[in-house]
Design a protein around this ligand. Structure first.
Ligand code: SF4
Length: 307
């Protein structure tokens, strides 16, 4: 039995940084440290951080006045900063912002496109914190979000009902590269000769009437392409990731797309001996919110099973 772990698996630099910030802030703070929202979409990591005295809240109302607070990597809407300010929680003082620079980049792309006359459509998951944060810079709750390449008809309807001068599509950083391409191809196939062409990420040329910008982040792309390799080569692929992790779910979807037997697990305890019977090549991959120790535990357990 040969076990191959994807070259790029587990924590991306944005998630690593967010955890480092939260841990450092908590260590240097005598009182309680609050994190607004799930810092990382992984239940075990959250529990470990809670053990270090960090308090996670889903509602700003639950953060006390003046409390030392950390914001997660996913990026927040401006309303979050305003509500925190009302509680005397401000950047540079007691607010530590762990927003990933690659999410900030997407916010900047959205703002620049909007300021240059584009109606911006977002390919993302409507309830995901990153999509909510990006939407804030567009039309807020009214931002048109398309979640799946098969929903291309809704985009066509939206365009035909509105007479937008220019339209651009951008993506949440953790979406499927293949899915994004498929969405654009599906839309283009129904555009009666018109077409969404790529607008380079530097936005130097914003003359196109219809365009899309590739805003999926590189760590997500690396994890998806490495998983694709595993899916092609292996008899079975184990995806390790939190239940709410968008990028881990995408890796699992990628395995299924390639028809390889695959399982999405949160930890080694869920591994089942039967899965490995008669299998020679085992692949292990993990989303950007999965710590190394969880991947190592899974690999160790598979080794035990194979012995
Ligand atoms: S997945 Fe990409 S955008 Fe999100 S935190 Fe990691 S590097 Fe940043």
């Amino acid at each position: 039995m040969k076990i191959t772990v994807a070259k790029h698996a587990g924590f991306c630099f944005g998630v690593k940084k967010a955890i480092e910030i939260a841990e450092e802030v908590a260590q240097n703070n005598n009182g309680s440290t609050y994190v607004y929202g799930q810092l990382v979409h992984n239940e075990k990591v959250i529990r470990d951080l809670e053990g270090k005295g960090i308090i996670f809240v889903e509602n700003i109302k639950d953060i006390p006045q003046n409390a030392v607070t950390v914001l997660r990597a996913h990026g927040e809407p401006g309303t979050t900063y305003r509500l925190l300010e009302e509680k005397s929680i401000v950047k540079g003082e007691n607010l530590n912002d762990a927003t990933c620079p690659l999410v900030t980049l997407v916010h900047n792309v959205a703002i620049k496109l909007k300021n240059n006359g584009y109606e911006v459509i977002l390919f993302g998951k409507a309830n995901h914190p990153e999509a909510i944060g990006t939407s804030y810079h567009l039309r807020g709750k009214d931002t048109f979000i398309v979640e799946d390449p098969e929903q291309y008809g809704s985009v066509i309807d939206y365009l035909s009902k509105n007479n937008f001068e220019k339209v651009a599509i951008i993506s949440q950083t953790t979406m499927s590269v293949y899915g994004y391409r498929q969405l654009i191809d599906n839309i283009n196939s129904k555009m009666n000769g018109l077409k969404f062409d790529e607008i380079p990420l530097n936005l130097r040329d914003m003359s196109k009437k219809y365009g899309f910008v590739d805003t999926i982040c590189n760590p997500t792309k690396q994890r998806q392409s490495d998983t694709e390799e595993l899916a092609k080569e292996c008899d079975i692929v184990i995806v390790v990731g939190g239940k709410n992790s968008s990028n881990s779910k995408e890796l699992y979807a990628k395995c299924r797309e390639f028809g390889v037997e695959s399982y999405f697990i949160q930890s080694y305890e869920q591994l089942d001996k039967k899965w490995f019977e008669g299998k020679e090549k085992i692949g292990v991959t993990a989303g950007a919110s999965t710590p190394d120790y969880l991947i190592n535990e899974v690999v160790e357990r598979i080794r035990e099973i194979s012995n």
